[in-house]
Write a protein that binds this ligand. Structure first.
Ligand SMILES: Cc1ncc(COP(=O)(O)O)c(C=O)c1O
Length: 477
């Protein structure tokens, strides 16, 4: 195994890593996976508590996804999507259209390529509509939308952005509705609506030069699982309509059930279509009628809650990736409206969206995605997760009560808390401590979060809670 680690350090430039630090903390060598477990070459098992960077939904080596990919391998592994098409990409596009109510799917590979596509498509739409000056972008403070040059322009995480600032396009960040920033005694909703005022003030002045507002619905993942009230999204939709600016929902991390509904944006739709909201101490948890807590499970994952009927609160673009293939293969999709699609349709080639990636719509990845959608449907995953989430929250109660823990928060299948007295290097020390106890978890700064594959069971979470508590109890972590 040492040999593999040395070869990895020598030949593999690991992502998001200062390579010198791997001398002290080598990467974990993984030989295979089984459900929520990662297994090293010596047979040691580690709970994949963060779903391998938030991509895995139904476990490693899932027999149903394996079977779909294997079947596709015997047919066609890849064909370019310009000038050709195939059944998996057509079926996936149709099913995603039903789920989101957005009927035109454009494919990329990773999440960042979806962000690039949505930004380009939005600006190009305005150009095709005779308003080329509408090419600016707004995003939330502390937002994250990927790290390619265009995506990094709308990302607001200094650690990733500052170095590359000279390469980036100027964009504007408006205040984040992160519920932790509410004034003492102020509700998450009231704070969200105050933040929406700031968005409105910006739009009132700059709408004529703004193409789109891009937002991570309900949870800003890379900001440290910052959760906020869905009232912000409902108001943002209203404002974007009023000021004629596109709303891009970046559901790359939160799509496919992570927040308790198939897509996070659904929770804004539910807000608009039910009674006025009650104030709640827990951020982003609708008190009544929300699919995260009640309602018919089948309807939430079949798309009827959000798609089709709820046009008023649909985003103009939805970016999907990560869970789209259940964590198997790189695939992203940008879904959009008939209105936007129509603006590109015509005789002139340059009016078309002339963007491409070699692996656009890869058949193997599409088959993995179709298998994922089948599992959602057949296993009533959204409903099952609702029950699981209640149980897991109960198991994590002792963690939430620990003296070092602040802002314990939960939404759907995400749990997070901040560690009050974390000192520099906390993230790495906590990671190592949990790893020694068989849990693979990587805090973001002083925020510890748990985002397990949906196949994780209560016993796994009990083990995780013990590992987290033991790590919090260590004065040297
Ligand atoms: C909200 C969001 N958008 C975009 C991305 C970028 O995705 P990728 O890392 O696949 O490029 C991420 C990745 O974490 C994300 O969380």
């Amino acid at each position: 195994m040492d040999n593999l680690l040395n070869r990895s350090r020598a030949a593999v430039w690991h992502p998001c890593t200062q390579m010198k630090q791997l001398e002290a903390t080598p990467p974990l060598a993984i030989a295979r996976g089984e459900g929520p477990w990662l297994i090293d070459p010596d047979g040691r098992r580690y709970l994949d508590a963060i779903s391998s960077w938030w991509v895995n939904l139904f476990g490693h080596c899932n027999p149903r996804i394996n079977a779909a990919i294997t079947d596709q391998l015997g047919k066609i592994e890849h064909v370019m999507l310009a000038g050709a098409t195939h059944a998996p990409v057509v079926e996936l596009s149709e099913r995603l259209a039903k789920l989101t109510g957005l009927g035109h799917a454009f494919y990329g590979s990773d999440g960042a390529s979806a962000t690039e596509i949505a930004l380009k498509m939005s600006a190009h739409f305005w150009r095709n509509s005779g308003q080329p000056e509408k090419n600016g972008f707004i995003s939330l403070k502390n937002g994250y939308h990927g790290e390619t040059v265009g995506a990094l322009s709308v990302t607001d995480i200094p650690l990733f952005k500052t170095t590359y600032e000279p390469l980036l396009r100027h964009t504007v960040q408006v205040p984040t509705p992160d519920a932790r920033l509410a004034a003492p005694g102020e509700s998450a909703e009231s704070w969200a609506l105050r933040c929406a005022h700031a968005l409105e003030a910006h739009l009132a002045e700059h709408a004529a030069t703004t193409a789109a507002f891009i937002v991570e619905p309900l949870v800003q993942g890379a900001a440290g699982m910052a959760m906020y009230h869905p009232a912000y999204l409902a108001r943002a939709r209203e404002l974007c309509d009023r000021y004629q600016v596109h709303l891009i929902a970046d559901e790359i991390a939160v799509g496919f059930g992570r927040t308790g509904t198939m897509f996070a944006f659904e929770q804004a739709a539910v807000l608009v279509h039910t009674d006025p909201y009650a104030e709640t101490a827990s951020p982003a948890r609708p008190r009544r009628s929300a699919p995260a807590e009640s309602g018919d499970s089948a309807s939430s994952h079949s798309g009827t809650l959000f798609a089709c009927e709820q046009a008023a609160v649909r985003p103009d673009f939805i970016c999907l990736s990560k869970g789209l293939t259940g964590g198997y293969l790189p695939l992203s999709a940008v879904l959009t409206t008939d209105t936007i699609y129509s603006a590109f349709y015509g005789d002139e080639t340059a009016r078309g969206f002339l963007h491409s990636h070699s692996y656009t719509g890869n058949p193997l990845a599409c088959r993995a995605a179709l298998a994922v959608l089948d599992i959602f449907e057949h296993d009533h995953v959204i409903a099952a997760n609702r029950v699981k989430a209640i149980e897991f929250t109960g198991i994590l109660k002792e963690v939430s009560a620990h003296t070092r823990v602040r802002h314990f928060r939960h939404l759907g299948m995400i749990w997070a808390f901040d560690v009050a007295d974390a000192t520099p290097g906390f993230s790495s020390r906590f990671h190592q401590s949990a790893l020694a106890q068989g849990v693979f978890i990587r805090p973001i700064g002083n925020t510890v979060y748990v985002m397990p594959p949906y196949v994780t069971c209560a016993d796994d979470i009990r083990g995780l809670a013990d590992a987290v508590l033991a790590s919090l109890d260590r004065p040297d972590v």
